[in-house]
Design a protein around this ligand. Structure first.
Ligand code: ATP
Ligand code: TZP
Ligand code: MG
Ligand code: MG
Length: 271
């Protein structure tokens, strides 16, 4: 797959302005809505059990994020997810903090059992905990443990029959057979809460306009990482507050040409 081809996916999102239904956490709601708007997508947050099925079926993608989960929200996620599955709407699942508490882990497993999830996106510790491996996790942040992230992503993709995206210094996207490795982005992203959650919704926007969901995930990861790099050029690397705002600006300003010039992506086959 050429970089030019992946960079053009951004044009599709901006032209089609897909509706993205987010059931997400209270920390990142506003940032997620603004990030999706900056990209050119159309965000909606809807949580009531009475309406989520109707919202999910008209959306281009449904994003489920368990960052500040409650039992009634989990029930809404299952209702929305079943509707999305029925109407062929892709589901992006962000298992925030899985492994930190038994409840969170149980809910994530329930979601994966009851719904057909298209793309799972988390940090390495979250994905490892989903697969049953015991990686250290501190609240919602990845711990210090290191391992072969591509291997872990492939294992998870095969276990859950889903595309799996693991983010960090290196981002991996895989369907269990093909692997994309992306080295865009900047460490300052770890100083802005919700940078991972917004990315999951951005992946949703790309998945809404692209039939090949692995290519959609890879295109979204490159775009987001390049936008972060452009933001650092404007604000420097030691002002997380300014960077957060500039990231929104760059999500709107980044062009396919810049993506082509700055992309650091490799593609290979899983063993
Ligand atoms: P965590 O809670 O561990 O921070 P997260 O859900 O916020 O996880 P991240 O892994 O931080 O998600 O990913 C969000 C974005 O930050 C991705 O675009 C990723 O590439 C980028 N990122 C994270 N760490 C680094 C790093 N050290 N260098 C470059 N980019 C990074
Ligand atoms: N606590 C519960 S959800 C949340 C926090 C701090 C936000 C996590 O956002 P991200 O994108 O995983 O950094
Ligand atoms: Mg982060
Ligand atoms: Mg996260």
């Amino acid at each position: 797959m050429t970089i030019q081809y992946l960079a053009q996916k951004l044009v599709l999102v901006r032209e089609q302005k897909p509706l993205i239904h987010n059931i997400t956490n209270v920390v990142v709601t506003n940032f997620t809505a603004n990030g999706l708007l900056a990209l050119g997508a159309s965000p909606v947050m809807a949580y009531a059990k009475e309406e989520v099925a109707d919202m999910a079926k008209i959306a281009g993608a449904l994003v489920l994020n368990i960052g500040t989960l409650t039992e009634s929200e989990v029930q809404a996620m299952i209702i929305a997810g079943k509707s999305a599955n029925e109407y062929g709407v892709p589901i992006i699942f962000d298992p925030v903090g899985v492994g930190a508490t038994p409840y969170r882990t149980a809910v994530a497993k329930r979601i994966l059992e009851e719904l057909k999830v298209t793309i799972i996106r988390g940090n390495a510790a979250e994905i490892a905990n989903l697969t049953g491996e015991d990686w250290s996790i501190k609240g919602v942040d990845a711990g210090d443990a290191t391992g072969n992230v591509a291997q872990l992503a492939v294992k998870a993709a095969r276990q859950f029959s889903s595309i799996v995206v693991i983010t960090g210094e290196e981002d991996i996207a895989t369907d269990g057979t093909q692997i994309y490795s992306i080295r865009n982005g900047h460490p300052i992203l770890t100083k802005v809460t919700g940078s991972g959650c917004l990315l999951s919704s951005v992946i949703g926007a790309f998945a809404a306009v692209e039939l090949n969901k692995l290519e959609a995930a890879a295109a979204a990861l490159i775009y987001y990482g390049v936008a972060a790099e452009c933001a650092v050029k404007e604000t420097g690397d030691n002002r997380p507050g300014s960077f957060q705002i500039e990231l929104l600006n760059q999500l709107s300003l980044v062009t396919p040409k810049e993506i082509e010039q700055l992309a650091r992506v490799e593609q290979f086959q899983a063993e």
